[in-house]
Design a protein around this ligand. Structure first.
Ligand SMILES: Cc1cc2nc3c(=O)[nH]c(=O)nc-3n(C[C@H](O)[C@H](O)[C@H](O)COP(=O)(O)OP(=O)(O)OC[C@H]3O[C@@H](n4cnc5c(N)ncnc54)[C@H](O)[C@@H]3O)c2cc1C
Ligand SMILES: Cc1cc2nc3c(=O)[nH]c(=O)nc-3n(C[C@H](O)[C@H](O)[C@H](O)COP(=O)(O)O)c2cc1C
Ligand code: SF4
Length: 429
């Protein structure tokens, strides 16, 4: 039987009542599975399914409290994916069974790899909640890091044994790395070129952000997998069409990513405006007060990060809510943090002109002019695909593909999935 040990919100039942339930059911059941929260209460939905803002194993304490008062086996669940931690929970007697949902979606082989002592081969879950956000409207789910999830039927039939191809991949972000791994596992000869000194792409800018630590862990995992695969990696290697042509590849995959979007707002390009990626990478660029232009996931998470560092933050978003890109459950977690840190969200508010430290805007519902002033103005208005740059490579090999953000700037799930499926088909016909 599964219960919440505590509903963990004001007005819900607490752990003492949860223990009473457990004891009442005990004579009739074999095992009690102790979850937490309440599915229908927004502020704790992301405690039941712990968000990226919560620590690993955040709900084990409720299972442990129940276990102390019953005599049947107790299972615990919630943000568990580290085999060492799972082992410790059992060894210390806090629970008899550890359960995992999303860590097994991210890597269904987690238990096998743990048994073999291959912890650093486990693909980490980001706790991004993309899976569940896809599931509710569609009935099936995909995963940001496991490109096979959701394609079980398509992948059931093995892909035809490929003709071996020499594949040049340009760009070492999530899309380029996934394409390189899939091509190498299919037996192709693979060269992966990255213009910067490091693989990882756009998301490396978030490495200092505590609640994005799992993204860093995933990029490190991918980098490790590539280092163990037959992939030739060339770093500090900005590829031009001329260089690409000289590399005599059978297939070119362009995975160049994107650049910051620059809608025609007067003053947006002025030197005082900091890019979101710059602010993520170095928060010292941001003064005591900040106005963030753009309330998408990247802008809103940046606001939360800066507010957690003590900055006073206003976020201007032109639409009527956080632009969630489909991940509406993660927004429940963002709302908890927005409230916690007092980030001010201004929806239906369009920035019209910028002259740092001043931003002139319009409240499009009230049809009223608004002026915001802050030490730092930040552009988090999204990403524009480097599509033209990518197309410049199209005639430098017999076969050419564009993947990831340079095809359409979306998110990691789209980039990784696109890369996997394109790479899997290479040489298969
Ligand atoms: C600030 C910010 C926060 C984000 N947060 C999230 C998030 O939390 N979750 C999420 O799912 N998505 C997030 N995204 C989106 C996500 O980063 C992208 O969807 C993803 O990185 C796309 O991967 P990619 O490999 O296509 O491109 P990129 O990650 O941009 O990688 C492209 C790579 O190509 C290299 N390159 C470009 N041109 C050349 C060349 N000529 N030669 C060699 N190398 C070249 C670049 O240096 C770069 O490393 C965020 C984006 C930004 C900007
Ligand atoms: C895609 C998805 C579907 C889920 N469906 C159910 C469900 O039908 N019933 C249920 O009790 N829990 C469901 N859960 C919750 C999980 O059982 C688990 O309690 C929760 O995700 C926390 O564990 P985790 O951090 O290991 O993901 C679901 C979780 C996910 C991610
Ligand atoms: S979609 Fe995100 S939360 Fe869900 S399993 Fe994949 S990485 Fe984890």
């Amino acid at each position: 039987m599964r219960i919440s040990g505590s509903e963990a919100y004001e007005g819900g039942y607490g752990i003492e009542e949860g223990i009473e339930f457990a004891r009442a059911f005990e004579p009739y059941i074999d095992l009690i599975h102790v979850s937490t929260g309440n599915y229908d209460v927004d502020e704790v939905f992301t405690v039941t399914h712990p968000s990226m803002f919560l620590e690993e194993g955040v709900n084990v304490r409720y299972a442990a409290a129940v276990k102390r008062r019953v005599n049947i086996p107790v299972a615990t669940v919630g943000s568990l994916g580290d085999p060492g931690q799972m082992e410790e929970i059992i060894a210390s007697g806090r629970a008899d069974v550890v359960e995992s949902a999303r860590s097994l979606i991210a890597d269904p082989d987690l238990p096998n790899k743990a048994r073999e002592g291959r912890q650093d081969d486990i693909r980490p879950c980001l706790r991004c909640l993309n899976c569940f956000s896809v599931l509710l409207p569609t009935g099936f789910y995909t995963c940001s890091v496991n490109p096979e999830q959701g394609y079980d039927i398509e992948l059931r039939s093995a892909a035809a044994k490929p003709r071996k191809q020499r594949v040049l991949i340009i760009g070492g972000g999530p899309a380029g790395m996934q394409a390189a791994l899939t091509c190498a596992r299919r037996g192709h000869e693979v060269v992966l070129c990255e213009k910067s000194p490091r693989l990882g792409g756009a998301l490396r800018c978030e490495e200092n952000v505590p609640f994005k630590r799992r993204v860093g862990a995933y990029l490190d995992y991918m980098e490790r997998q590539i280092s163990r695969a037959p992939v030739e990696v060339l770093l500090n290697m900005p590829v031009t069409p001329e260089i690409a042509g000289a590399m005599n590849a059978d297939v070119i995959i362009a995975a160049l990513g994107g650049k910051p979007a620059s809608p025609p707002i007067p003053g947006l390009g002025s030197p005082g405006v900091v890019l979101a990626s710059e602010a993520y990478a170095d928060a010292s660029l941001v003064g005591a007060t900040a106005v963030i232009l753009g309330g998408g996931l990247a802008g809103t998470e940046l606001g939360i990060y800066l507010a957690s560092l003590g900055r006073d933050v206003d976020i201007l978003e032109m639409t009527g809510g956080i632009n969630d890109g489909g991940n509406f459950l993660h927004v429940k977690a963002l709302n908890v943090e927005i409230k916690k840190y007092g980030v001010r969200m201004h929806f239906n508010t369009r920035a019209d002109a910028i002259s740092p430290p001043r931003v002139e805007a319009e409240d499009t519902q009230a049809r009223a002019k608004r002026v915001f002033e802050a030490d730092t103005v930040i552009n988090a208005l999204g990403t524009q695909p480097l599509q033209e740059e990518a197309l410049a490579f199209y005639d430098r090999a017999a076969q050419f593909h564009i993947i990831g953000d340079c095809r359409s700037a979306r998110n990691m799930e789209r980039a990784v999935s696109n890369a996997f499926h394109v790479a899997r088909d290479i040489g298969a016909y």
